[in-house]
Design a protein around this ligand. Structure first.
Ligand code: ATP
Length: 387
């Protein structure tokens, strides 16, 4: 018999998408849990979203990687389309960054390595994700990465009729903003934004309105947190956030994945250099915030008030650690640790769930603040925002 939604016990909502919800379901016969994406046909049709659903299905069938969510089955009824996915219980990376304030360098490095592996895999299969963001990066029960949401993806090996201007404002690359085709380098731009966000708590290009975000992206107007950012991570982000796609570390024209994996961000930690071949097999480091920055007399050295040789051995060690960028977070009064670097902006549309923050619509997208690339250019010349 053909599968139906009645084969499942419906649990709670795991997340919201443009055309419906993702619901935790238990398959009655097997007792197995799945995440079922329920797409309302009428709603999806109204916004030409069916093509996106079909694209997600086609691409997920093609892909088989430990860091990509597995497609179990699909079916439909009169009202809805159903995509049954492997259930990922560890939540969105977005929620973890919010909870922690920022991530310890060891987990940021590990998750970045898993993301590099999965991007290398999909790009090797001529697929671009085009909507990489912390909301679309789930963690499994062990803390490994599972990439979701291939609805905006594009295959480079076939002539598919997918829209050009897709993504989410904070992570979109300058070339996509300027109407050029996305490439592997566009996903690498988004990855660099995510590395920055894991270590600072905020994406590099943040502003209350999309127009301002886009302007910042085009001008490469971002700043590393003034109270510290691990130097190797800084070099990595700097090398990847290049306006020119071919100049981005990891892009085919810039050494490809071999060059990216050889960056000191991954290799410099003598105790635990990243082994890309085994990251998905070994237990990831615990997902914790960076340790609080200790009050040290080293500050006085940095301020020029004390000579380094006047420090105690412990303070000198703390100073070295701080200069190496392995301790940089500020403790809060209540003992919680958060990043204090960038201004937190009220970037979330109040009537929209966070997974839609500034999501750039596809040509058919349903976002209430939707506008396309052409309107971005028009508004830029008129100086108005795109609302
Ligand atoms: P969008 O409109 O952003 O394209 P979408 O309809 O394609 O959304 P997804 O982004 O795939 O939906 O999923 C929405 C949210 O549901 C995710 O951000 C995540 O929180 C949750 N989710 C999706 N798939 C799973 C899964 N396999 N396991 C657990 N949660 C999931």
């Amino acid at each position: 018999m053909a599968p139906t939604i009645d084969d499942y016990d419906l649990g709670h909502t795991l997340g919201e998408g443009s055309f419906g919800s993702v619901i935790l379901c238990t398959h009655r016969a097997s007792g197995k849990k799945y995440a079922v994406k329920v797409i309302e046909v009428v709603h999806a049709q109204r916004h030409n979203g069916i093509a996106q659903v079909i694209q997600e299905k086609k691409v997920l069938i093609m892909l088989d990687h430990p860091s990509i969510i597995k497609l179990h089955s699909t079916f439909k009824d009169a009202d809805s389309l159903y995509i049954v996915l492997e259930y990922c219980s560890g939540g969105e990376l977005f929620g973890h960054i919010k909870r922690l304030g920022s991530c310890h360098i060891s987990c940021a490095r590990w998750l970045t390595a898993e993301l590099v592996n999965v991007l290398e895999y999909i790009h090797g299969r001529r697929v671009l994700h085009r909507d990489l963001k912390p909301e679309n990066i789930l963690l499994d029960d062990l803390g490994h990465v599972k990439l979701v949401d291939f609805g905006s993806s594009k295959r480079l090996d076939v002539e598919d009729d997918v829209p050009k201007f897709v993504g989410t404002a904070q992570y979109v690359s300058p070339e996509v903003l300027n109407d050029a085709d996305a490439s592997e380098a566009s996903d690498l731009w988004a990855l660099a934004c995510i590395v920055f966000q894991m270590l600072s708590g905020e994406p590099p290009f943040a502003a209350p309105v999309e127009y301002a975000i886009f302007k910042k992206i085009e001008e490469r107007d971002f700043a590393f947190p003034s109270d510290g950012f691990p130097p190797r991570a800084r070099e990595l982000v700097d090398a990847m956030l290049q306006l020119e796609p071919d100049a981005r570390l990891g892009a085919p024209a810039c050494g490809g994945y071999a060059a990216l994996k050889a960056h000191p961000f991954f290799t410099d930690d003598v105790e635990a250099p990243i082994d890309f071949a085994s990251v998905h097999l070994s237990p990831p480091p615990p997902l914790v915030p960076p340790p609080p920055m200790p009050e040290i007399a080293g500050d006085a050295v940095l301020n020029g008030q004390l000579a380094e040789h006047e420090l105690s051995a412990a303070d000198r060690a703390n100073l070295i650690e701080r200069q190496a960028g392995t301790r940089w977070a500020q403790p809060l009064d209540d003992g919680e640790v958060r990043s204090s670097r960038l201004e937190r902006t009220n970037a979330v549309a109040p009537d929209f769930p966070h997974s839609h923050r500034h999501q750039i619509p596809t040509s058919h997208g349903p976002h209430p603040h939707a506008y396309r690339c052409s309107s971005w250019r028009r508004s830029r010349s008129s100086g108005a925002t795109c609302r």
